[in-house]
Design a protein around this ligand. Structure first.
Ligand code: GTP
Ligand code: SPV
Ligand code: MN
Length: 585
């Protein structure tokens, strides 16, 4: 008997019987356990030791070449009624889904060890945290879960106290894309994932639990699970505001969460609470509070260098697992945008050939403990979380969306979130660079019908008079030559400053049909080499483009039929009418 929770005990035994695992190991979460797993993976080639002089305790893992990103077309939400999953999800009937995936699990761990990982998403003492147990046959998953979550004995004790947990069953199977499914059974608080060892497909605490299952749970319990970073911005006077920002995958969350203030902004400090997921609750005073359910970062490697993000660059020089980067002759990790060193091997371990492709996979990742970040906020461990001043949506748009604008009020802000669209990235399999609608940056992650999700968002207005202001940003506007107009990274603090000034009512804004825009003079560009005309460009909105954009949004929202909240349609109608009026004027 390894736990006093009989439900957990019998589920583990059932799974062991079904998968015919050779051996069961209950993970305790100790450093010793992690080190032993690493030794075992070094011995069998799952991990390669990187240069211990330059990168102590850093390891490289090479995925199967057909297993390098999330697979949205193989990800299912299995609810009794198809309409509850909504047009935003792939759906399968729960009974049919269990049958399909159970066939794959039958006997799949023969000759393998089955690891039982109790984990807690969020601080162990927080009332907002929720627990889960992942069963996996991948030691790589165990090592990543050790870094990414609070896992082991302490989590198991909390599970025994709470009496409830999310069940996640995972096997790498044969790593065959033809035998791969990521299935969610929200009503059963169950996840079954087969055939992938990669990130969001396999580390079940992350996207599967903390977003898909948690969003579903949050709806019935009155809270939100969002694809948002959480960052504290401290001004020179020592006043700190917390922002939660939702950008689609590979659109800058990790970088914004650990931004380095530019030289010319003296006295400003950044505190990182989370880089990918936020759970939001309304507290007794009506304030929206956020916790980060995770304890580590599974971040995009390419583009990281001393100049773009010194904190990230330093953070991943020790005690880091790299997945799918290239390697130099002296076993240092290498990736595009590193700006130093020369790769000799690519991410597949082949001789590097610039003609044949990049050294690092565009979706190569680092796994690192959040505590290694120089800007780590100790409040990331606070059970009560932090109060949020502003919610910020964003996307990767070479045109249309201005650098920043503010929603007129909460309900309009929900429309702004629902209207997020972004160019696709390498974080999911499929074409890269095509604009797709990605409401609230949650398109791949909402565990239920978006129409019901927007209604849930809108309902917050009835519960508080003190909700955060809502904004939209776009760091990715380009000129005709394809160069970014805005320098981004650390300089994004200049935009956060305007956002905070708006929250504090310290600055005016220009009213436009799409929302409130800054006057160019209100974005501080001191010390920044940017042509004032470029800033004007970044803040310009083109009515014709926006009318097209609203038509596309309208078409997307129409997919939700009668289930779409009337208030959302009303908000959209108001923007469209304002744009028409402006056109006529
Ligand atoms: P996920 O982990 O997939 O959810 O991604 P993320 O949203 O955390 O994105 P991340 O911060 O890892 O950035 C993704 C890519 O965008 C990296 O290659 C960055 O170098 C690049 N990037 C981030 N911020 C900026 C920015 O402000 N401007 C520009 N031009 N690129 C940026
Ligand atoms: C994302 O794709 O948004 C990620 C990486 O954060 S993964 O964990 O693979 O989902
Ligand atoms: Mn993400």
């Amino acid at each position: 008997m390894s736990t006093s929770n009989s439900e957990l005990e019998s589920w583990v035994n059932d799974v062991a019987r079904q998968t015919q695992a050779d051996k069961i190991i209950w993970c305790n979460g100790s450093e010793e356990e992690y080190r032993e797993l690493v030794q075992q993976m070094l011995a069998d080639g799952t991990l390669i030791e990187l240069n211990p002089e330059t990168h102590p305790n850093c390891y490289l893992h090479r995925s199967s070449p057909t297993d390098v990103a999330r697979v949205e077309h193989l990800t299912f939400i299995c609810t009794e009624n198809e309409a509850d999953a909504g047009p935003n999800n792939h759906w399968m009937d729960p009974a049919a889904a269990h049958e399909k995936i159970d066939q794959l699990f039958d006997g799949c761990m023969k000759g393998r060890t089955m690891y039982v990982i109790p984990y807690c998403m969020g601080p162990l003492e927080s009332p907002y945290s929720r627990c889960g147990v992942e069963i996996t046959d991948s030691p790589y998953v165990v090592a990543n879960m050790k870094i990414m979550t609070r896992m082991g004995d302490a989590a198991l004790r909390r599970i025994e106290k709470d009496g409830s947990f999310v069940r996640g069953l995972h096997s790498i199977g044969e790593l065959d894309p033809e035998r791969r499914f990521i299935m969610h059974f929200p009503a059963e608080l169950t996840i079954k994932s087969y055939g992938s060892g990669y990130g969001g497909n396999a580390l079940l605490g992350k996207k599967c639990h903390a977003l898909r299952i948690a969003s579903y749970q949050g709806r019935s319990e009155g809270w939100l699970a969002e694809h948002m970073l959480i960052v504290g911005v401290e001004n020179p006077e020592g006043e700190t505001h917390y922002l939660a920002c939702a950008f689609p995958s590979a659109c800058g969350k990790t970088n914004l969460a650990m931004l380095i203030p530019p030289e010319s902004l003296k006295g400003w400090k950044i505190w990182t609470l989370g880089d990918d997921i936020a759970w939001l609750q309304i507290d007794e005073d009506g304030r929206l509070r956020a916790i980060n359910p995770e304890a580590g970062y599974f971040g995009v490697v390419p583009g990281t260098n001393e100049k773009t993000n010194r904190n990230a660059y330093e953070m991943i020089r020790h005690d880091t697992i790299y997945t799918n980067v290239g390697m130099t002759a002296d076993n240092q990790p290498w990736w595009e945008g590193l700006k130093e060193g020369t790769p000799v091997l690519d991410w597949q371990g082949k001789t590097y050939d610039a003609e044949a492709g990049p050294a690092a996979h565009p979706n190569s990742r680092f796994t690192v403990s959040a505590s290694q970040n120089a800007s780590y906020s100790s409040l990331a461990d606070a059970p009560e979380g932090v109060p949020i001043s502003a919610l910020v949506f964003g996307g990767r748009r070479r045109e249309v969306a201005p650098l920043v604008y503010q929603a007129k009020d909460w309900a309009h802000g929900v429309l702004v979130g629902a209207g997020v669209a972004s160019e696709t990235t390498a974080a999911a399999s499929g074409e890269v660079g095509v604009v797709r609608r990605d409401p609230m940056a949650m398109k791949p992650f909402c565990g239920y019908n978006f129409a019901d999700y927007w209604a849930h968002w809108l309902s917050f207005e009835q519960r508080s008079d003190d909700l955060p202001q809502i904004f939209h940003v776009n760091w990715f506007r380009q000129n005709k030559d394809g160069d970014f107009l805005w320098p981004g990274f650390g300089e994004n603090l200049r935009v956060l400053r305007w956002i905070i000034d708006r929250c504090e009512k310290r600055v005016d804004a220009i009213t436009t049909p799409i929302g409130l825009l800054p006057a160019a003079a209100d974005i501080d560009i001191e010390g920044l080499d940017i042509d004032p005309a470029v800033l004007e460009d970044l803040l310009r909105i083109d009515n014709a483009q926006w009318s097209t954009e609203m038509a596309a949004l309208s078409e997307d929202l129409a997919r939700y039929g009668d289930r779409l909240p009337a208030e959302l349609s009303r908000q959209l109608q108001m923007v469209i009418e304002d744009l028409d009026k402006k056109d006529a004027a």
